[in-house]
Write a protein that binds this ligand. Structure first.
Ligand code: SF4
Length: 363
């Protein structure tokens, strides 16, 4: 197993091991337990994240994968505490190095954000202010958390821009974001995110807007910097290909819940959830014949206000009702297992048989 591993009692039910009483000690650097983020809207309650649990250690990468609206980005904003003053109702536990961020004060969470936890967004233009130079923004991010002079912070900004591969950083530090190319802006945002050596880095679709060459460079950069800083990384993406190389563990989300959770090796070599099979089937691969067509997951993601009954994936699942299983009426939970959780009513042995006989040969 490549990742350190996940607690089986969390996998079993998606609930805290304590069953709601006094929480047991966190088992890893980041220990998310039964996280729920619900929004009250005029049309009803949006259950964007509904009972999510996972763990992550320093130096490891967790890939959170799913389509738009699966709840993966809301999860990351929840960890950052950015839903605190919205209309969201947030519950559960988010333990970071032994401290529960859900229970912590606003002031404490603000202090941790940008210092111990940092985020890389999909679109640097929304994260960087167009009226300030790239350098000024990195300097500000550094000085908020460090009592240093502008001169020291400027040198730090130049160093960081150099580290992320910006040529002539001492000159480019005074450029505005619009003077950078898309790939350079993304690098600059990574420099800003890493300026305080965060222990937890959340990257939300960090390469979606970039062409494949720059995408590969950015992913290499994140991996190199992670090794250097020994950060824990959460990589959020709709694209399994992005996490194929980077992730130690993968959590597949659908309809605000985890539907499959395991090591990257397990998810790529012997996935068991029909949704994960669909995601893998829609992923381009270099060893695939170019004449082979990609097979997208049919249908569209569900509305989080009005999720389908039973298994939320059932309207799109080719195996719905397989051998009389109650897909339409009973919500499957992540099944108990040593290192692999799958929320599907098909018995594990049968899922494994379907995968090896029907799915794998077509991938
Ligand atoms: Fe498909 Fe049923 Fe499994 Fe859901 S529980 S993934 S509908 S087979």
């Amino acid at each position: 197993m490549k990742g350190k591993g996940m607690a089986t009692d969390l996998l079993a039910s998606g609930q805290p091991a304590s069953g709601g009483s006094r929480p047991s000690a966190p088992r890893s650097f980041l220990d998310v337990r039964d996280l729920r983020i619900h929004f009250n809207t005029d049309d009803g309650v949006v259950k964007a994240v509904d009972g999510l649990s996972f763990q992550l250690d320093r130096g490891k990468t967790l890939g959170i994968v799913g389509e738009s609206g699966s709840g993966k980005s809301v999860t990351s904003l929840g960890i950052l505490g950015l839903h605190r003053h919205s209309k969201a109702r947030v519950s559960g536990e988010v333990w970071l190095d032994g401290e529960d961020l859900i229970a912590a004060s606003d002031e404490r969470v603000r202090a941790l954000r940008g210092q111990r936890i940092a985020m890389i967004f999909q679109d640097p233009l929304t994260a960087m202010h167009p009226y300030f130079t790239v350098g000024a923004q990195i300097i500000e991010a550094y000085r908020v958390h460090n009592n240093v002079s502008k001169k020291v912070a400027r040198q730090r900004a130049i160093d960081m821009l150099g580290r992320v591969g910006i040529p002539q950083p001492a000159r480019r530090v005074d450029d505005y974001p619009h003077q950078f190319s898309g790939g350079m802006r993304q690098r600059a945002m990574i420099a800003m995110a890493l300026v305080n050596n965060p222990e937890l880095l959340i990257a939300d679709e960090p390469t979606t807007a970039l062409d494949v060459t720059v995408q590969a460079q950015i992913l290499d950069l994140i991996r190199d910097l992670q090794e250097e800083f020994h950060s824990a990384v959460i990589m959020i993406t709709h694209d399994l290909g992005v996490v194929a190389e980077l992730a130690d563990d993968i959590l597949v989300m659908y309809g605000g819940k985890a539907v499959e959770y395991g090591t990257a090796e397990t998810i790529f070599r012997r996935p068991e959830h029909p949704y994960a099979w669909g995601l893998l089937g829609s992923m381009p691969r270099v060893d695939r014949d170019v004449r082979d067509r990609l097979i997208p997951v049919k249908g569209t993601p569900p509305s989080l206000i009005n999720l389908p009954s039973g298994c939320a994936f059932h309207p799109r699942c080719p195996y719905v009702g397989y051998n009389g299983i109650p897909c339409r009426t009973e919500i499957p939970t992540l099944a108990e297992g040593s290192d692999h959780g799958v929320a599907c009513h098909i018995p594990p042995a049968e899922r494994q048989r379907i995968f090896s006989e029907d799915i794998a040969p077509a991938l």
